[in-house]
Design a binder for this molecule. Structure first.
Ligand SMILES: O=P(O)(O)OC[C@H]1O[C@H](O[C@H]2O[C@H](CO)[C@@H](O)[C@H](O)[C@H]2O)[C@H](O)[C@@H](O)[C@@H]1O
Length: 369
């Protein structure tokens, strides 16, 4: 029997334990992780994914999106909070609990921090225009940027994410990395476009605007639906739409996209994202920024990437492949991920970043003595 087949049996076993009512469905990934651990097997991501988003059940593309959006709904998140910690956390331990181990790994290397915005630096809220970051988080970011090169990597357009963060000393990779700018408050940099580093999808701008107008028109009859223009990509928000209307809304978006083969759909937290089919994502943006900072081929760098979304997985994968630094997933629930560590929510992200600042201050003082 191959590992894959054994893994399949494990999934079925875990599902039947759950279906028997002995354990809740939320415990299934935990049971799988436990069985894999006992048998000394790697956890097969494919099956974790199939449990999480329903893609293993042979449903249509639209059904898969809808199932996945349901799985990440806040009510389900709450219902798993009071249960015992699952063995999932053994594979993806808390970055706060293992802080000493992380900084020890980084010893002698330049830490570079990459931070997603929504769900990482600011809590998820119903209105995307009101996803404000706390003053405490802003102060923390200011401190972090004083000690380490720091980039915000977001699905939002740069202008929007900048309006929330308001720190000129950071790098910004907006539109899922398709719009990269350097710090604007360097003495050598004048105001405006001088700081633009890379825009690999600029030729798609007219098409994105065209599709934005069509989607705004097609979705205006769906109460709660919102289309956000993120410059090189678009977001169609489902969060405030009645669940009964999710399928027709997703179908509508899919129909529009059928006419634009150069655009593709990806999925975030209660959002469908439309972007160019070019091979560029947050992982490529991370590599581009490391290169720009002079760490393209360096062994002396320790990137730390923190994010909560599926789109952040591209960056986690890059770090795994490079064998450098660490990925930290922000999540309260078990998810398929290439990140090594976890933090529960933006509050814990803030704590982790403040620990980093404190550790850096203390170790610098120690070296001065
Ligand atoms: O890469 P990110 O910075 O995480 O951006 C991803 C999307 O984030 C925003 O949507 C999400 O947050 C909203 C505010 O909390 C929430 O209402 C929405 O349901 C989430 O999906 C943003 O509005 C999108 O444009 C980004 O693509």
């Amino acid at each position: 029997m191959t590992n894959r087949n054994v893994n399949k049996t494990i999934v079925e076993l875990a599902m039947s334990i759950s279906n028997s009512g002995a354990l809740p469905r939320a415990a299934v990934p935990g049971i799988m992780a436990l069985l894999c651990g006992v048998l000394g097997l790697p956890q097969e991501k494919l099956f974790l994914k199939s449990l999480e988003d329903g893609s293993g059940k042979g449903g249509t593309k639209v059904n898969t999106w809808i199932d996945s959006m349901r799985a990440s709904s806040p009510t389900r998140v709450k219902s798993t909070q009071n249960q015992d910690p699952s063995p999932w956390t053994l594979y993806h331990p808390s970055a706060l609990n293992l802080f000493d181990q992380i900084v020890c790994e980084s010893k002698g290397k330049q830490i570079v921090t990459f931070l997603d915005y929504d769900g990482t630096l600011s809590p998820i809220v119903a209105d995307p225009d009101k996803a404000y970051m706390s003053q405490k988080m802003r102060a923390t970011l200011k401190d972090i940027a004083r000690h380490f090169p720091t980039a915000i990597v977001s699905g939002r357009c740069i202008d929007k994410v900048y309006s929330f963060v308001r720190l000129g000393e950071l790098y910004y990779a907006g539109s899922h990395g398709m719009d990269i700018k350097g710090p604007t408050n360097r003495r050598s940099t004048k105001k405006g476009n001088e700081a633009v580093l890379f825009q690999p999808a600029s030729e798609f701008l007219p098409m994105i605007n065209e599709v934005y107008n069509i989607l705004v028109d097609k979705t205006k009859s769906v109460p709660g639906a919102k289309v956000e223009n993120n410059k090189f990509c678009l977001s169609v928000h489902f969060r405030c739409v009645d669940e009964k209307s999710w399928a027709p809304l997703a179908e509508q978006v899919s129909l529009v996209l059928d006419r634009y083969p150069k655009l593709k759909l990806t999925q975030g937290r209660k959002v469908l994202e439309i972007r160019p089919t070019i091979k560029w994502d947050k992982g490529k943006a991370l590599e581009f920024l490391l290169e720009s900072l002079g760490y393209g081929n360096s062994d002396n760098v320790f990137p730390i990437y923190i994010g909560d979304d599926r789109t952040d997985e591209d960056a986690f994968k890059v770090l795994r492949k490079r064998g450098q630094g660490i990925g930290i997933l922000v999540s309260k629930i078990p998810k398929e991920t290439d990140a090594s560590y976890t933090l529960q929510d933006p509050t814990e992200v803030g704590q982790f970043l403040r620990h980093l600042v404190e550790w850096k201050r203390t170790s610098t003082q120690y070296h001065k003595l």
